[in-house]
Design a protein around this ligand. Structure first.
Ligand SMILES: N[C@@H](CCC(=O)N[C@@H](CS)C(=O)NCC(=O)O)C(=O)O
Length: 211
C-alpha cells in the first residue's frame, strides 16, 4: 500500500496522527499541491475529488477522504479504537467528528481560502474551480470564535470530546485549532478548558511526531 500526501497540510496531518496512534506506516508519495499536481489527469484517476490524502491499496484501489481512509484502517487495525469501542462511543465519535469538521475545519477553510493572498479561482478544494467570496473571511472568523466557545463549554467536564477515550474527534479538533492559529485566529485567552485539553492532546507522541 502507499499513501499520497503533502507534508504540513491539515487533512493529511489528521490521517498521519491517526496512523501514528495505531503504529501504521506506509511508503509515501508526495503530491505537490503548490504545483497543482492534485489536478493532473493521472492523479484524478486516484482521487476524484483532487485532494490528499489518498491510500492506494495493493490491488490498485484508491481510497480518498480522511475519514474514509481512517475507517478502512480502523477496520483492519482495530486497536486502539479511535472511532469508539462501544455502540454509544461510536455514535458520539461520529457526532463530534462531524461537528468539529463542519463548524470548525470548514470555517477555517472558508477564512483561509477566500482571503486576499492565495487561491484565486480555487476557493474550494475539488475538481471544479470556484471564485472567492470575500465575505466568507469574516463569517469564517466568527464561526471559529463560536467553535472555540462551544468546545470550551463542552470540555468543562470531560477530558476528551467523545466518551472517555481519545478519538478521531479529538484529532479533528486539534488539527482544526492549529490550522486556525496558523491562519491567524488563535484560541482566545480565558478558555481554560479548551487550552488545557489542547495542551494535553498536543503532548501525545502521535501529535509531537506530526507537528
Ligand atoms: N474532505 C477531504 C478534504 C481533503 C483536503 O481538503 N485536502 C487538501 C489538503 S488539506 C487538498 O488536497 N487540497 C488540494 C487543493 O487545495 O486543491 C478529506 O477529508 O480528506
Amino acid at each position: 500500500m502507499k499513501l499520497y500526501d503533502y507534508p504540513g497540510v491539515p487533512n493529511p496531518r489528521r490521517l498521519n496522527i491517526f496512523m501514528a496512534e495505531k503504529g501504521i506506516k506506509f511508503p509515501r508519495i508526495e503530491v505537490d499541491l503548490l504545483k497543482g499536481e492534485q489536478l493532473t489527469a493521472d492523479f484524478r484517476l486516484k482521487s476524484p475529488n483532487c485532494d490528499v490524502p489518498v491510500l492506494e491499496l495493493d490491488d490498485g484501489t484508491c481510497i480518498s477522504q480522511t475519514n474514509a481512509i481512517a475507517r478502512y484502517l480502523e477496520a483492519r487495525h482495530p486497536e486502539p479504537p479511535l472511532f469508539g469501542a462501544t455502540d454509544q462511543e461510536i455514535g458520539l465519535v461520529e457526532m463530534w467528528n462531524q461537528i468539529c469538521f463542519t463548524n470548525g475545519f470548514q470555517a477555517v477553510a472558508d477564512l483561509f481560502r477566500n482571503g486576499p493572498d492565495w487561491f484565486d479561482g480555487r476557493a474550494l478544494v475539488g475538481p471544479h474551480n470556484y471564485d472567492k467570496i470575500p465575505a466568507l473571511v469574516e463569517r469564517g472568523r466568527q464561526r471559529i470564535m463560536n467553535f472555540y466557545d462551544d468546545l470550551n463549554q463542552h470540555l468543562a467536564h470531560r477530558s476528551y470530546l467523545a466518551g472517555n477515550n481519545f478519538s478521531m474527534a479529538d484529532i479533528t479538533a486539534l488539527v482544526t485549532i492549529d490550522f486556525a492559529e496558523w491562519a491567524g485566529v488563535a484560541m482566545p485567552d480565558g478558555h481554560e478548558h479548551l487550552h488545557l485539553w489542547h495542551q494535553q492532546i498536543s503532548q501525545r507522541p502521535s501529535v509531537v511526531a506530526n507537528s
